[in-house]
Design a protein around this ligand. Structure first.
Ligand code: BT5
Length: 318
């Protein structure tokens, strides 16, 4: 309801909208409108109200991830044209997987908080209220399922490109970590619903720590946030940049099978290429040198015995 109120007030630009008009348009009482307006003010909207004229929006909080703020900043064709903004949810990936068939491609779900944010392999993703960007994008590409994992690389490239556009020097730790000063600031979880030959949909989940000033003990050493690294950026600005960069690379891949730009970004901003790292497989780890990323997005490494191997998925530790 509050989104609708903001929409009507935004549409009227510098003109006032009367309480009566709002109440008619939205089918609720003037007292209810007034209560919603007060909550919007608490959220940071600067709404002027003048007797017998009504309400007018003077300023909106730039950092509120509501659909209107996002649409206002967005430069994409279809990604993020439908935004679902939630206060709290178990996981934005799980939310989209439940409504998968019923929403249009490019729908984005963003939640201020996740109570069961997920990493890969059932791991936990800490997603405290209003501290970061916890969002998922649904895609319905007509490609064969084995080509879907490349979409994780596209997301990684888009995030790192977006952050660098905003003067943040971030790097990619293959396959799905975005790091600043060696600490993880963002992670990607791509999930697939498919038949053998056909994809129903792909859900790309992106988590990014923005305003966190501290982390739970077990993450203290390995996680960071943009604020902790002294980058004070608006979440809305980051979301619009990420979606914009993502859409370009995604269209290249789906429409033209063109992967070069994604691969170029992944290599240019790689935190591990030409470095010695540990590949972690279960309880074992092996020291290798990263030498390249293959055309399919796999990591190519040289092991201790000089054998060159292609790693399809897994964990890398610097
Ligand atoms: C990931 O997994 O990095 C994927 C993270 C995806 C999160 C997004 S948020 C929106 C969408 N909805 C979801 O439910 N998930 C997606 P992985 O590579 O497995 O890394 C998980 C590991 O990162 C954990 O085991 C922790 O060690 C660490 N970790 C957990 N929370 C973190 C945080 N907020 N920042 C940095 N590291 C974190």
């Amino acid at each position: 309801m509050r989104d609708k109120i903001i929409e009507v007030i935004l549409d009227s630009g510098t003109d006032f909208v009367s309480g009566e008009e709002l109440s008619k348009k939205l089918g609720i009482s003037r007292t209810a409108i007034w209560k919603h307006i007060n909550i919007l003010r608490e959220e940071g909207y600067d709404i002027e109200s003048v007797n017998r004229k009504g309400y007018r929006l003077i300023g909106s909080p730039k950092d509120l991830l509501n659909p209107q703020n996002i649409y206002h900043n967005l430069k994409t064709e279809f990604i993020g044209k439908n935004v679902i903004h939630l206060e709290s949810v178990d996981s934005t990936n799980d939310y989209l997987k439940k409504v998968g068939d019923d929403v249009q491609e490019g729908t984005v779900v963003i939640s201020e908080e996740q109570t069961k944010g997920k990493g890969r392999l059932g791991r936990n993703w800490q997603s405290k209220s209003k501290e970061g960007i916890w969002m998922s994008i649904i895609l319905k590409p007509e490609i064969i399922p084995y080509k879907a994992p490349f979409i994780t690389l596209i997301a990684g490239a888009a995030i790192v490109k977006a952050l660098n556009n905003l003067q943040v020097s971030a790097n990619i730790k293959w396959p799905n970590d975005i790091i600043i000063n060696n600490k993880k600031v963002s992670g990607i979880l791509t999930e697939l619903s498919a038949e053998i030959e056909r994809i129903n949909y792909v859900v790309v989940g992106i988590g990014m720590n923005v305003k966190n000033l501290d982390f739970d003990k077990e993450l203290e050493e390995k996680a960071t946030s943009l604020y902790k690294e002294d980058y004070h950026l608006s979440r809305v600005e980051i979301v619009s940049q990420v979606l914009y960069e993502f859409e370009k690379l995604y269209n290249d891949y789906i429409k033209n099978d063109y992967k070069e730009e994604t691969l170029k970004i992944c290599k240019e901003y790689s935190a591990i290429l030409n470095k010695d790292v540990y590949i972690i497989k279960g309880d074992e780890k092996e020291l290798v040198k990263c030498i390249d990323i293959s055309d399919d997005g796999n990591l190519i490494v040289r092991a201790g015995n000089n054998n060159v191997q292609e790693i399809l998925s897994g964990e890398v530790s610097i």
